[in-house]
Design a protein. Structure first.
Length: 61
């Protein structure tokens, strides 16, 4: 079995810095069961589904 390489502290700091400069983080809470509905809808990921839904909503104003 191949061992996974651990990220160095410098790599983690660089990644964190890059994410802060390039992304907005938003905490979203949904009623229990929503995550299951999203994953069973065929979405590749919950995050991707939410991002797509928000973009769609913003473009249809």
């Amino acid at each position: 079995m191949e061992e996974k390489k651990k990220a160095s502290a410098a790599h983690i700091r660089a990644t964190t810095k890059w994410e802060k400069e390039n992304y907005d983080k938003v905490l979203v809470r949904f009623p229990k069961g929503t995550k299951e509905q999203i994953t069973s809808s065929g979405a590749k990921s919950v995050n991707g589904f939410i991002v797509e839904a928000v973009k769609e909503k913003l473009n249809n104003k």
